[in-house]
Design a protein around this ligand. Structure first.
Ligand SMILES: [Zn+2]
Length: 240
């Protein structure tokens, strides 16, 4: 009798176990150590992934001239793939270089409409958890490091603090940045669901800008965000 120890049908399971092992090593988050089976459980949450800016609104411009909107989109697309691979439901606010406005003539009016549309997607999605991806910039190129912002909705502060801590443990060792309550960030002030906005790093720092544009660093960022988000959702499902 032939014992089958390998089958191509098992590849996704091997892949998932491998990825979870990496996530645990990378982030050290105990909740992620729940089995792959638990992670695959279909929940009643949908992760809304928001690539900040887009279209006419490029956001900040990096020190080499790359618009923030393009880097946000690359990271958001990778994050979407990863979250889906882990078995979570996702919804992307944009998947290409566009603004999502529905009305308005001037750039300012279109920008307001664009933000309202992003809020609408969050508020009309059952069990939404928002992940908004942005990049920072500053007049002084010495500043670097990721920073997480959170709304006042239930669970968001703990989620943001866990993500900030994971980012410091992994890609920003020694960073003194702390998770901050959002002030003047329309999207976070208007949503009714939990979520975070992460400024992944500074496009004004030559070193960090090069990292933020690299595939390897983007994948690292996504692993960290995915691990903490997965943990947050699993905790929420356990407490439901
Ligand atoms: Zn931005």
């Amino acid at each position: 009798m032939k014992r089958v120890i390998f089958s191509f049908r098992l590849i996704p399971i091997y892949g998932l176990v491998f990825l979870l092992t990496i996530l645990v090593t990378l982030v050290g988050n105990e909740a992620i150590q729940t089995s792959a089976e638990t992670t695959l459980r279909k929940g009643n949450h949908t992760i809304v992934i928001d690539a900040g800016h887009g279209g006419e609104d490029g956001g900040a411009v990096s020190c080499t001239g790359v618009p923030e909107s393009a880097i946000n989109l690359e990271i958001a697309l990778r994050l979407n793939d990863l979250m889906k691979f882990l078995g979570f439901q996702t919804k992307m606010i944009r998947t290409e270089d566009i603004s999502v406005y529905t009305e308005g003539e001037s750039i300012a009016q279109k920008k307001i409409s664009d933000l309202k549309e992003r809020v609408k997607v969050c508020n009309e999605t059952d069990g939404a958890v928002l992940l908004s991806i942005h990049q920072n910039t500053f007049s002084d190129s010495r500043y670097s490091g990721a920073q997480v912002f959170y709304p006042t909705t239930a669970g968001s502060e703990d989620f943001a603090k866990a993500l900030q801590a994971a980012l410091i443990r992994t890609i920003n060792p020694g960073s003194k940045r702390t998770a901050k309550k959002a002030q003047g960030i329309y999207l976070l002030e208007q949503i009714q669901c939990p979520g975070i906005l992460v400024e992944c790093g500074f496009l004004s720092s030559h070193t960090e800008e090069a990292l933020l544009r690299s595939v390897h660093y983007q994948k690292k960022l996504c692993c960290i965000i995915a691990a903490v988000t997965g943990s947050f959702i699993l905790d929420a499902q356990t407490n439901d």
